[in-house]
Design a protein around this ligand. Structure first.
Ligand SMILES: [Zn+2]
Length: 65
């Protein structure tokens, strides 16, 4: 099976903060990274995650390589 999981860091945020809707909490916050999260069996959602959620939920809920 091909790996569907990917995690991309938004390096642009270092010089220009990106505000977007966090896929975890739904708030418009500064995006820390773009991640793929598993919401259930076979249900994946890729999108931006804010700094707060990234730090709080870095773990089993975030799919990594
Ligand atoms: Zn969030």
């Amino acid at each position: 099976m091909q790996k569907l999981f990917q995690k991309k860091y938004d390096y642009l945020s270092y010089c220009k903060p990106v505000i977007d809707r966090c896929i975890n909490c739904g708030d418009h916050e500064q995006v820390q990274a773009t991640i793929t999260m598993e919401f259930g069996e076979g249900n994946y959602n890729t999108g931006p995650i804010c700094r707060k959620c990234y730090l709080n939920h870095k773990g089993p809920r975030i799919v990594q390589f």
